[in-house]
Ligand binder design. Structure first.
Ligand code: FRU
Length: 483
């Protein structure tokens, strides 16, 4: 394939060429964030899965490195994690530097079996050696994958979360040396169990000094917007068992989704990142298995979401997670324009942006719902056709996203909705990042997020921001930041 750049984002990670899916093996060491990823070195569709590799000091600007772990003799390298073995528990360390140990699913394409294997690096993750004793965990299963390992300080041991995908169970194993693993407990089935369970992650977040445990479970299909997505559980973990909190809403089987759009999948957190105040950092693959192999880029296919901070919060007595774009993205702002109410009134209740060759910007706005009558709408038009709308409806207190692309299949067309909880006199804030092939919308400090890819053609793109009446002029400032 010839590499075409037309949809290439500026702020989001993409491989230089070929296919990418899940983020893998994310760890932080010596000032560098490492991002490995499911990669096909030989083509633009899923296949020959290997781990591609990139590093960054700020999570936005990525330095591409050679493939770190390659498919060998028909055994693919599926998703997994990586840790810094500070205490040399594995014995793979040499000299004064700790070994980096990758833990991944080895998938034998001939037999279909999925085992867990490890590989180590003595040069800061640049090159890896597969362990001779692989696999380190084998239960004769074809649906057993995506090990996420972390260090459990209180008991000085490693813990691995793994998905029994078709059984809708997460298993928890422990190890002292990353080689011998013992099953401790299981979680599930629970919540959404229509599609396979993949890429689990167990991590802590803090709310007002209180530590809670979060179990993220990626759903291959059957998520809120259709197809792939992520549900999470908040609860307690004692080093052995994870128990989800029994809130009133959980009894009514309400599911916690992290993202209400179609394109946020396989997200897992960074190990060892310098996170502040009990937060964590992660990103997801900005795609959906319903159409991932068909999106219309050339020479490369797939991208990651913006890296995001995870923040634990409470809403009506219930813990929820907010997501905010990492702050370092703002270092790339080239110009900022603030539009005030009276300016908006002068431009006829409609902002129209047509100078969008770059199509990379952020729009932030805030309004009081009591001052809106009717609706407030952000719209992207491509060749004069509407391809994306984000509408706030005053009467229903809903945000509705609509994405349309007649060149793509039915599953790509989508309407997404969230209803805000009672907030009539609380102001609502929206941050929207548009970066060529995606729109990420963060509502109320990331309480609700919609992540969606888009494919506007021919650079003929316009943005409209409008209201049914004079509501726009009553808005607080609208900021447009160009990147
Ligand atoms: C999730 C997933 C994982 C698997 C990998 C294979 O998207 O299906 O379960 O390890 O992709 O590429």
């Amino acid at each position: 394939d010839e590499i075409k750049e037309e949809f290439r984002p500026k702020l989001h990670f993409t491989p230089e060429k070929n296919w990418v899916n899940d983020p893998n093996g994310m760890f932080y060491y010596d000032g560098e964030y490492h991002l490995f990823y499911q990669y096909n070195p030989y083509g633009t569709k899923w296949g020959h899965m290997s781990w591609g590799h990139a590093v960054s000091t700020d999570l936005i600007k990525w330095n591409h490195l050679p493939v770190a772990l390659e498919e060998e003799n028909g055994v693919m390298i599926f998703s997994g994690s990586a840790v810094v073995d500070w205490n040399n528990s594995s014995g793979f360390g040499s000299g004064s530097k700790p070994a980096i140990v990758a833990i991944y699913t080895s998938y034998d394409a001939k037999t279909g079996f999925q085992h867990q294997s490890i590989a180590y690096s003595n040069d800061k993750g640049r090159t890896f050696t597969k362990y001779k004793g692989n696999p380190v965990l084998n239960i004769d299963s074809k649906e057993f994958r995506d090990p996420k390992v972390f260090w459990y300080e209180p008991e000085q041991k490693w813990i691995m979360t793994l998905a029994l995908s078709t059984e809708h169970k997460i298993q928890f194993y422990s190890s002292k040396n990353l080689k011998d693993w013992n099953l401790m407990s299981e979680f599930g089935p629970k919540g959404v169990i229509t599609g396979v369970w993949e890429c689990p992650d167990l991590f802590t977040l803090k709310y007002k000094g209180k530590t809670k445990w979060v179990l993220g479970v990626n759903l291959g299909s059957g998520s809120i917007a259709g197809g792939s997505g992520l549900q999470y559980f908040i609860g307690e973990f004692d080093g052995k068992n994870f128990v989800a909190d029994q809130s009133a809403s959980e009894k009514s089987n309400e599911v916690n989704y992290i993202d209400y759009g179609k394109d946020f999948y396989a997200a897992v957190t960074w190990n060892g990142a310098p996170d502040k105040k009990g937060t964590k950092t992660w990103l997801g693959w900005m795609n959906n298995w319903q159409y991932a192999n068909d999106i219309p880029t050339n020479g490369w296919r797939g991208s990651m979401s913006l890296p995001r901070k995870l923040i634990l919060d409470k809403e009506q007595g219930k813990y929820i997670i907010r997501q905010e774009a990492v702050q370092s993205v703002e270092n790339y702002i080239k110009s900022k324009t603030k539009l005030k109410g009276e300016t908006l009134a002068r431009i006829n209740q409609k902002i129209e942006e047509t100078d969008l060759k770059e199509l990379t910007f952020e729009m932030a706005y805030e309004f009081e719902p009591s001052k809106i009558s009717g609706h407030l709408e952000f719209e992207i038009l491509n060749n004069d056709k509407s391809i994306f709308q984000l509408t706030f409806n005053k009467s229903t207190n809903e945000f509705v996203v609509k994405r349309v692309d007649n060149n793509l299949k039915d599953e790509f067309q989508s309407t997404q909705k969230i209803t805000l909880s009672n907030n009539a006199d609380k102001s609502i804030n929206v941050r929207l990042f548009l970066d060529k092939n995606s729109v990420e919308v963060f509502i109320n400090d990331g309480r609700y997020v919609f992540t969606n890819v888009i494919f506007p053609k021919d650079f003929n793109t316009k943005i409209h921001f409008s209201s049914t009446d004079d509501s726009l002029s009553k808005m607080k400032a609208i900021t447009i930041s160009k990147y």
